[in-house]
Design a protein. Structure first.
Length: 239
């Protein structure tokens, strides 16, 4: 059933409901779009950083919401495991990105120089709100944790020779164990959802064994696995 809009809009075709059954129009893949707007995506969600994405973010949060989200991430991620907290907040809770977009940003954040999670916050902020979003995300993520770490560092330096200093050392050791558990849990969950073919599974196992078991330097592993994984992905797609 065609439905006409103003001249700047294309006609769209929708389904019809007959009783309890929905009859879909053969041209249901046609969607309403404004000139220059991607299919089905509000123009407010596009920035020049995500215009080329196949599935750009479907929402454009305010800068205040973005700042508060990353403040909460920085405050909750005791023991490390920031990637797990970022995914929980951005993908699962607020649904600003999907898992595929998050994984793409996480992979890119690991490949470029700098702290991975700071790079990831820059990526997410830029995707959602451009350069202001990147700045707000980094500030929100780092301000309070930096202040807390500086305070704890001062306490640790003044108590490390005292009997009570062992309590703080034990607490820091426990936080490290929490970080390992969070990262493992996130990796397993994402693998179960998105790794459904044998080649990506073999790549994951090879990288984990090379770095975690055999102690091969990260740069050496990346130098081999990045071009190899790209080649295998190309062969899998074309063969």
């Amino acid at each position: 059933v065609p439905r006409q809009h103003s001249k700047s809009w294309m006609p769209t075709f929708v389904g019809m409901t007959v009783g309890r059954r929905r009859v879909r129009h053969p041209f249901r893949h046609l969607v309403v779009r404004r000139p220059g707007q991607g299919p089905g995506l509000p123009s407010s969600a596009r920035t020049r950083f995500n215009a080329g994405m196949a599935t750009p973010p479907t929402q454009r949060p305010s800068l205040a919401s973005l700042f508060l989200a990353f403040v909460s991430i920085g405050m909750m991620s005791f023991g490390g495991g920031l990637a797990a907290w970022i995914r929980r907040e951005v993908v699962q809770r607020r649904q600003w990105l999907d898992d595929q977009q998050f994984l793409s940003g996480y992979a890119l954040s690991q490949l470029v120089p700098g702290a991975t999670n700071v790079n990831l916050s820059v990526f997410i902020g830029a995707q959602l709100r451009g350069i202001p979003g990147a700045i707000v995300a980094v500030v929100g993520l780092t301000t309070l944790p930096v202040a807390i770490v500086m305070a704890l560092g001062a306490v640790y330096l003044h108590t490390r020779g005292l009997p009570s200093g062992g309590v703080l050392s034990a607490a820091l050791t426990g936080m490290g164990a929490v970080a390992i558990g969070l990262n493992l849990g996130t990796g397993i969950q994402l693998s179960r959802l998105h790794v459904r073919r044998i080649i990506p599974a073999v790549e994951i196992a090879a990288i984990a064994l090379a770095i975690g078991v055999f102690g091969i330097p990260l740069l050496h592993v990346l130098a081999v696995m990045v071009p190899l994984s790209l080649l295998l992905a190309w062969l899998e797609r074309h063969w």
